[in-house]
Ligand binder design. Structure first.
Ligand code: UD1
Length: 413
C-alpha cells in the first residue's frame, strides 16, 4: 500500500461487521444440518478462510452481498491442515465437531505471529467435559461423549470461551465456564447459539450453557469495534474530523476514554462516534487487558497515535507477550520508542516521515497505515495481505475520508 500522508482526514466512514464475531458464527453452522444465515459479514480474507474450512467439512457457503448462506450436512470430522495453519480461529471447529459427533481431528493452529498463543486452555476445557485428547505430529485428536461440568479458565481466553460455548451448545447437561472472556464477540456468539436453541446465561463470574437440539437460524453480526477504533485513530492521528457510522460506542469505552484523556474531542451517538483532533495531543499511560479493558487489537494503532503525542507515553501489553512487530517499523518513520519487557515507552515527536516498511500482522499493518497517513512524504507498506485479512475495503474507506492511499499490485498497477 502506498500512502501520501500529511493531510487531515475528514468525512464519514461506515463500519463493517466484526471479523471476530463472524468467524465463530461460521463455525457454529457445524452444529446443525439446517441452514445458518449470517448477515452483516465482512468480506475479507479471514472470513473466506473460515468458509473454506466449513466447506472442507461438508458445508456449502454462498455470499449474497454481505450475507452468507451456509447449508448442507457435515461429512467429515477432520479439519484440513492447509486451512487451519492459515488462521487460528479455524481451531474453533474442534469443540463443536467433537461434541456433536464424538470425535474430531484438527491440526494445531497458525495465524498472526503475536506471541506463543497456545491452545492449552481449549484442550483442558474439553478434557474437563470428558474428551480424550491427544496431540500427535501437530494434530489434535479428540474423542469421547462429552458431559456437563464446570470449567475454570485461569485466563479469560476469548478462543477458549468460544470453544466451550460451541461445544456446550449440544451437550444436554449444563456446562459452566468460570472466569470466561466477556468480549462483545463472545456475547454475540452466545446470542447466535441462543437463537439456535441453546440456553445461555451470564452471571458475575461465569457463563452457563444448557445445550439441546439445535436448529438453523439467521444472525446479524455486531459492528467491528476494532475497525471502528482504527478509523477513529486515523482521524485522530491526522488531526482530522471523522465520523464512524455504525460503531457502538458502548463497545469502545476504553479507547474513547483514552482519546479524551489525550485531549481529542468526541461525540458519541447511539450508533455513531464523531471525533475531532488537533495536534498536539497529550501522552498517556495505557494498559491492554481483557474486555472491557483497552483492547490489545488496538494497541499497535494507538502506539502510532502516541508516537505523535506531546511528552511521554507508556503502553503495557498484558494480553500477548510479544505484540511489537510495529515498533521497529515506526522507528524507521522517525518515532522514538523503546521496548522494555512488556512495555512500550514512547517519547512523542513532532512529525513522522514516510518510509518503506513491512506489515507483520493485521493490526501492526493498520498501525503503519495510520503512521503513513500522518507522515510527511510517501510510505510504502509491504504485506498488504495482512490488511486484507482483517479490513474490508480499506483503501475505499480511507479514500472516503480523503486519504491518498492505494494498493500497487505486483504487476505495477
Ligand atoms: C482473540 C481475537 C484476537 C484478540 C484476542 C485477545 C479472534 C478470532 N481473535 O484471539 O483478535 O487479539 O482474542 O482479545 O477472536 N492463551 C493461552 N492458552 C490458550 C488460549 C490463550 O495461554 O489456550 C493466551 C494467549 O497466548 C494470549 C492470551 O491467552 O496471551 C489471549 O488469548 P485469547 O483471548 O485466547 O485470544 P484469541 O482467542 O486467540
Amino acid at each position: 500500500m502506498v500512502i501520501r500522508g500529511g493531510r487531515p482526514l475528514s468525512g464519514r466512514v461506515e463500519v463493517s461487521g466484526a471479523k471476530n464475531a463472524a468467524l465463530p458464527a461460521i463455525v457454529a453452522s457445524l452444529l446443525v444440518d439446517e441452514p445458518v444465515v449470517i448477515e452483516n459479514a465482512p468480506k475479507l480474507r479471514d472470513v473466506e478462510t473460515q468458509l473454506a474450512l466449513v466447506e472442507a467439512l461438508g458445508k456449502t457457503a454462498r455470499w449474497e452481498g454481505n450475507t452468507i448462506l451456509i447449508r448442507g450436512e457435515v461429512s467429515s470430522v477432520e479439519a484440513p491442515g492447509e486451512v487451519v495453519s492459515r488462521m487460528r480461529a479455524s481451531f474453533l471447529c474442534l469443540g463443536p465437531l467433537l461434541a456433536r459427533f464424538g470425535e474430531a481431528h484438527v491440526p494445531l493452529p497458525g495465524g498472526c505471529v503475536i506471541g506463543a498463543r497456545p491452545v492449552d486452555l481449549h484442550l483442558e476445557g474439553l478434557r474437563r467435559l470428558g474428551a480424550e485428547v491427544e496431540v500427535r505430529e501437530g494434530v489434535v485428536h479428540a474423542r469421547g461423549k462429552l458431559h456437563g461440568g464446570e470449567v475454570w479458565l485461569r485466563y479469560p481466553s476469548v478462543g477458549a470461551t468460544e470453544q466451550l460455548l460451541l461445544a456446550g451448545a449440544v451437550i444436554r447437561e449444563p456446562v459452566e465456564v468460570v472466569n470466561p472472556a466477556r468480549e462483545p464477540e463472545v456475547v454475540d456468539l452466545a446470542r447466535l447459539l441462543s437463537a439456535m436453541g441453546a440456553e445461555i446465561s451470564f452471571s458475575e463470574d461465569r457463563i452457563t450453557i444448557q445445550g439441546g437440539k439445535l436448529k438453523g437460524t439467521g444472525h446479524a453480526v455486531i459492528p467491528d469495534r476494532i475497525e471502528a477504533g482504527t478509523y477513529l485513530l486515523a482521524g485522530a492521528i491526522t488531526g482530522g474530523e471523522v465520523e464512524v457510522v455504525g460503531a457502538r460506542p458502548e463497545h469502545l469505552t476504553a479507547l474513547l476514554a483514552k482519546l479524551e484523556e489525550c485531549g481529542v474531542e468526541l461525540a458519541a451517538g447511539q450508533r455513531t462516534v464523531r471525533l475531532k483532533a488537533r495536534a498536539p495531543w497529550s501522552g498517556v499511560e495505557v494498559e491492554t487487558s481483557p474486555y472491557p479493558g483497552f483492547p490489545t487489537d488496538l494497541q499497535p494503532q494507538f502506539t502510532s497515535f502516541l508516537a505523535l503525542a506531546r511528552g511521554r507515553s507508556v503502553i503495557w501489553e498484558r494480553v500477548f507477550e510479544s505484540r511489537f512487530g510495529h515498533v521497529g517499523e515506526l522507528l524507521r518513520m522517525g518515532a522514538r520508542i523503546t521496548l522494555q519487557g512488556q512495555a512500550i515507552l514512547i517519547e512523542g515527536v513532532e512529525g513522522l516521515r514516510g518510509a518503506e516498511v513491512v506489515a507483520t500482522d493485521i493490526r501492526a499493518g493498520a498501525a503503519l497505515v495510520l503512521a503513513g497517513l500522518a507522515a510527511h512524504g510517501e510510505t510504502r507498506i509491504e504485506g498488504v495481505d495482512h490488511l486484507r485479512r482483517g479490513y474490508e475495503n480499506m483503501e475505499g474507506k480511507l479514500a472516503q475520508l480523503g486519504a491518498k492511499a492505494w494498493v500497487e499490485e505486483l504487476n505495477g498497477t
